[in-house]
Design a protein around this ligand. Structure first.
Ligand code: ZN
Ligand code: ZN
Length: 89
């Protein structure tokens, strides 16, 4: 049967024992001899989490704090200070 969540066609059966214990239905993978968990779903979740994670930004202590350009990624700050504010030291 085909898992409706991830679309994988496997040797699944409904896990009746699990249903009796929890009242929830889940698929049991007869080939793997363990409950089926959707592999495709997990990858999708992880990658979407990664892309929506905002990069932490730091404010340049030398720039005008009112300017939006004073905020940058931490890796870029060192280079920015060296190039944009060289001579201020
Ligand atoms: Zn699945
Ligand atoms: Zn700056």
């Amino acid at each position: 049967m085909i898992c409706k969540k991830c679309g994988i066609d496997g040797n699944f059966t409904w896990d009746q024992q699990h249903n009796e214990n929890t009242g929830k239905w889940r698929l049991y993978d007869l080939n793997m001899e363990r409950p089926h968990d959707c592999p495709g779903m997990k990858v999708e979740e992880a990658s979407s989490l990664e892309t929506t994670m905002p990069k932490p930004r730091v404010k340049c202590p030398q720039c005008d704090p009112l300017k939006d350009s004073a905020w940058m990624e931490r890796e870029k700050l060192q280079h920015h200070v060296r190039t944009a504010h060289f001579g201020f030291w």
